[in-house]
Design a protein around this ligand. Structure first.
Ligand SMILES: Nc1ncnc2c1ncn2[C@@H]1O[C@H](COP(=O)(O)OP(=O)(O)O)[C@@H](O)[C@H]1O
Ligand SMILES: [Mg+2]
Length: 254
C-alpha cells in the first residue's frame, strides 16, 4: 500500500504525519519505506539522516543514475528511507521537459514495492511535478489540515482537483483522499470551524492529531513523536490513525 501525504499548504503537519505513520506501521510489524519527495528534505532530516553524508538520494534515482534500491537507507527507527536532497528542485525542473514526466517516481519505485507492506511518501507544499509524481502511485492520499488555519480546508479542494487530473495516469482511477486534522484543540472554536469546512467540502475525516509541543520537540530532536514521546496524546492519535488506515487497506504485517 502506498500512502502519499500531500497538501498545498506548508506547515500543516505533512512531514510530522508521514514520519509518524511510517514509524507506527514499522513498530506494529509492517515493512515500511518512507520516501522523501520534498527538496527541503525535512522528513530525511527528522528521521535523523544527514543529507551531506548520503552518497545517493532520490535525486540520483529520478535522474536515472541509480536504482531506488541503491539509494534506500535501511532501518531508521525500523523504517527504510529513500532520502531527499536539495537538488530535487533542479531534478523537478529537468523532468518538466521529459516524456512521462509525471510517472518517474512510480517507475522508480516499482522494483522495490513488493519488499514493503507500506510506502509513505512526503511531498513539498505545492502541487508541482514532484507532488504529482508522488500522487500517481498512491493507494491513499492523506491530506493534513491544520486546525489552526481557517483557509486550510480549501487547499484540500485544490488537491482533490489535482487528483482528478492524476486519474488519467492511473487508468482512470482517482486515488481515495482522506483528511487528517493536525494541531487540533478541543477548546478552540477555530478547530470546529475548520472541521466543518472539511466536512462541508464532502471530505472524509480520518483522524485528529492534537496540538502538542512534544511534536515540535520530537522534530527538533530528529525523531518521530511516536518514538520520542510514545505516551503522548499525539503519539496515541497517530497510532490510532495508522491502525485504522492499515486495517482498512487490509495491510497485515508480513
Ligand atoms: N500535532 C502537532 N502539534 C504541534 N506542532 C505540530 C504538530 N504537527 C506538526 N507540528 C509542527 O508544525 C510545524 C509544521 O509541521 P510539518 O510537519 O513540518 O508540516 P509540513 O510538512 O506540512 O510543512 C513543525 O514545526 C511541526 O513540528
Ligand atoms: Mg514538510
Amino acid at each position: 500500500m502506498v500512502i502519499t501525504v500531500a497538501q498545498e499548504k506548508g506547515g500543516v503537519g505533512k512531514t510530522a504525519t508521514a514520519q509518524s505513520v511510517a514509524a507506527v506501521a514499522a513498530d506494529r510489524g509492517s515493512r515500511v519505506l518512507a520516501v522523501d519527495a520534498d527538496p527541503q528534505f525535512a522528513l530525511t532530516r527528522q528521521l535523523g539522516l544527514r543529507v551531506g553524508e548520503l552518497p545517493v538520494t532520490l535525486v540520483d534515482v529520478l535522474a536515472g543514475r541509480v536504482d531506488a534500491a541503491a539509494a534506500i537507507v535501511t532501518d531508521v527507527f525500523g523504517v527504510d528511507v529513500l532520502p531527499a536532497a536539495r537538488e530535487l528542485r533542479a531534478v523537478e525542473l529537468s523532468l518538466a521537459g521529459e516524456v512521462a514526466r509525471e510517472t518517474f517516481l512510480r517507475t522508480a519505485l516499482e522494483p522495490v514495492l513488493d519488499r514493503y507492506d507500506l510506502v509513505v511518501i512526503d511531498t513539498p507544499p505545492n502541487l508541482g511535478l514532484l507532488t504529482v509524481n508522488a500522487l500517481v502511485p498512491a493507494d491513499l492520499v492523506l491530506a493534513p489540515v491544520s486546525a489552526e488555519d481557517e483557509g486550510a480546508a480549501q487547499g484540500t479542494a485544490e488537491l482533490r482537483a489535482t487528483l482528478g487530473k492524476v486519474a488519467r495516469l492511473r487508468g482512470g482511477s482517482e486515488p481515495p483522499l482522506a483528511v487528517v486534522m493536525t494541531k487540533w484543540r478541543i477548546d478552540r472554536v477555530m478547530a470546529s470551524v475548520v472541521e466543518e469546512a472539511v466536512l462541508g467540502l464532502g471530505l472524509r475525516l480520518a483522524g485528529r492529531i492534537p496540538a502538542q509541543v512534544l511534536v515540535q520537540q520530537a522534530a527538533a530532536n530528529r525523531m518521530p513523536v511516536t518514538v520520542a514521546a510514545p505516551e503522548s496524546l499525539a503519539a496515541s492519535a497517530y497510532r490510532e490513525l495508522t491502525e485504522q488506515l492499515l486495517t482498512e487497506a487490509g495491510t497485515v504485517p508480513a
